[in-house]
Structure formats: C-alpha cells, structure tokens
Design a protein around this ligand. Structure first.
Ligand SMILES: [Zn+2]
Length: 73
C-alpha cells in the first residue's frame, strides 16, 4: 500500500499553517535547506502580481540593458 506523508509548514508572511505532500519539490527544498522560507500559494500569487506591476511601472530601474521582452507581462 502506498501511503501519502504530509509535511507541516507555516507561511512566513501570513502565518497560515498548511500540510504539503512530502514528495513535492517544496518539501525537498525545506528538508535540504532548513532556512528556506515557505510562502503559501496565496501569498506567492499576491507578491508575484505586485512585482509585475512594479516592473511595468515607469519608476522601475533594473540596472541592466533595457530589452523589450523584459517589460512584457
Ligand atoms: Zn501566506
């Protein structure tokens, strides 16, 4: 019989506690590097959206050659 094992994790931003599959990539990262900070999918989506908005704003300076593809969503 195959038994699914879960790992208990806590999001660093919203402190919500979740259980993730022990065979997932996230749990492997946490096991190999204990200082890896876990963020829940909700926070990951929120932050990635805010980052894209910031990148596409005119005030953002990436300090690298400006290419057209970099500014696309
Ligand atoms: Zn969170």
């Amino acid at each position: 019989m195959y038994e699914v094992i879960f790992m208990k994790v806590q999001c660093v931003l919203c402190d919500s506690r979740e259980e993730i599959d022990d065979s997932s990539i996230d749990s492997k990262k946490i096991r190999n590097h204990p200082l890896y900070l876990y963020t829940c999918p909700k926070c990951t989506k929120r932050i990635s959206q805010q980052t894209l908005i910031r990148i596409n704003s005119k005030n953002y300076d990436p300090h690298r050659p400006k290419s057209e593809s970099f500014y696309r969503l």
